[in-house]
Design a protein around this ligand. Structure first.
Ligand code: MN
Length: 474
């Protein structure tokens, strides 16, 4: 990790908006296109899940709807870096630099996002909203930035919430105890609703910035601007005072009603379980605006796209937290098997015995979601589950290197906890320091990294094989 601030990215290295990012993927052969008329109910998500590790998918005319849907904007962590125009090693430093040095947005008066304005709202007629996991209560907007204004100061907050379509102009919304809920409580106590917008189809940097672990009254769109190296252009909504990204494909305008709660859920969530049905807040929709020919972005609940969007900002925050006390921490990963929240791997340049256990304890303090920590040496590729397991297999002894803490605070969404009370597990999988140059030295084939298989192997192996066998027979 670099310690000096990174310069902001060159504007021409990052795509302009969602469409430009899709064009990048298409040019690389990483955008699949589904046949027309795939059903918005279950079928679209089923196809998207099948390519969640390899390709984005565009669905033209889903259930006959005019507006196409796209899913899987990220199928690999490296794509997040690509969308920001940085190398993968610079992803976390770039995110930290943007969070530290945000770039205020600028207001514009005309916007692509408002080329078409519907004030008579019928959500399912106007938007192709899919149903995702099998037991979801129905169609959900899952990739919408929910933007709200502090009712007193006007400072905006940006976050993603699951949004259940409850009626033609009604949305049930889950507000966890964070910033949107804080603004809503302020409005509700004054007897008002909270003006909001749900913004669908934005630049990937806006999605990523919305997941930043920021303080209340830090506007995540300023972090998005810093990530891109240019201020985000924002436009005032047609029916309220919320400002939304002008480049968005679709905007749903409305307000969270005071004193109203209606059933919402179940909904398939990131831990690969369903969040339950309960009485939750309700958005009354006042308008839908969109581009003339918009694209609707959806995130399948629990898919890799869902996981990685949460992972990168959390990794950045945990890396910063650990480096403050342990400067020899090099990198961190929240693993996919650990739902990109619960299992952390830390790579260190080990300088003394015992420090891995201190780092494990430090990581538990970095975020209550962290349940398991594996600390490895700098020769281990922490993007590879095989490499992490190898380090545990050959450098860890349970009676010597295990850390176990009972009865700590964990994630309420982890169903194995007792109402969020969780055990913590740490593995010191670093090799002991030694003067013996062969102790714990990994085997390696000389020249392996430099092999060019397109040069080393023939183009037509079957013909070559037949020739070789024929020669051996003579
Ligand atoms: Mn916030």
């Amino acid at each position: 990790m670099r310690t000096e601030p990174l310069s902001r990215p060159a504007q021409d290295k990052t795509p302009a908006d969602l469409r430009a990012w899709l064009a990048v993927l298409a040019a690389r052969g990483e955008l699949a296109v589904a046949r027309e008329n795939v059903s918005l109910i279950d079928e679209l998500s089923a196809i998207a899940k099948c390519t969640e590790r390899s390709k984005a998918v565009l669905f033209p005319r889903p259930s006959g709807h005019d507006i196409p849907v796209v899913a899987n904007l990220f199928t690999q962590r490296s794509w997040v870096a690509d969308a920001l125009g940085v190398g993968e090693d610079d992803l976390l430093p770039r995110f930290l630099a943007a969070a530290r040095d945000p770039l205020p947005w600028v207001e514009v008066t005309t916007a692509a996002a408002q080329e078409v304005v519907h004030t008579k709202v019928d959500l399912l007629a106007q938007l192709p909203v899919p149903k995702h996991n099998e037991l979801d209560s129905g169609p959900y907007i899952t990739a919408g930035l929910l933007i709200a204004r502090n009712p007193v100061t006007g400072v905006q907050n940006v976050s993603i919430h699951r949004c259940q379509i409850s009626g033609p102009d009604r949305i049930g919304v889950l507000l966890l105890p964070r910033h949107t809920l804080a603004y809503y409580r302020m409005a509700e106590q004054a007897g008002d609703g909270l003006e909001v917008a749900i913004v669908i189809g934005v630049h990937p940097a806006c999605l990523l910035a919305s997941q930043a672990i920021a303080a209340l009254d830090e506007d995540e769109m300023e972090i998005a601007g810093a990530l891109l190296g240019r201020p985000i252009e924002m436009v005032k909504c047609k029916t309220n005072a919320v400002r939304v990204p002008a480049h968005a494909e679709i905007v749903v305008e409305g307000r969270i009603l005071p004193k109203v709660r209606e059933p919402e859920g179940p909904f398939g969530e990131f831990p690969q379980y369903y969040g339950p049905r309960a009485a939750r807040e309700v958005i009354q929709v006042e308008a839908v605006t969109h581009r003339r020919h918009p694209i609707f972005h959806t995130i399948v609940g629990g898919s890799f796209e869902h996981l990685v969007l949460g992972a990168v900002p959390r990794e950045a925050t945990l890396l910063q937290h650990l480096k403050r006390s342990f400067p020899n921490v090099l990198d961190v990963r929240l693993t996919r098997g650990g739902t990109c929240r619960y299992h952390l791997v830390v790579k260190i340049d080990k300088t003394s015995e015992g420090e891995a256990k201190n780092i494990i304890m430090g990581a538990f303090g970095g975020h209550y979601d962290v349940k398991q920590v594996v600390v490895v040496d700098k020769d281990v590729d922490i993007s590879s589950p095989d490499e992490i397991e190898w380090a545990v297999a050959t450098r860890f002894q349970a009676d010597r290197d295990l850390v176990l803490v009972s009865g700590a605070q964990g994630s309420k969404l982890d169903p194995s906890t007792d109402q969020g009370i969780s055990a913590k597990l740490g593995f010191d999988a670093t090799a002991p320091l030694s003067d013996d140059p062969l102790a714990f030295r990994r085997i390696h084939v000389k020249g392996e990294d430099a092999v060019d298989l397109s040069d080393a192997l023939v183009k037509d192996p079957n013909a070559a094989f037949a020739r070789i066998i024929a020669q051996q027979l003579t």
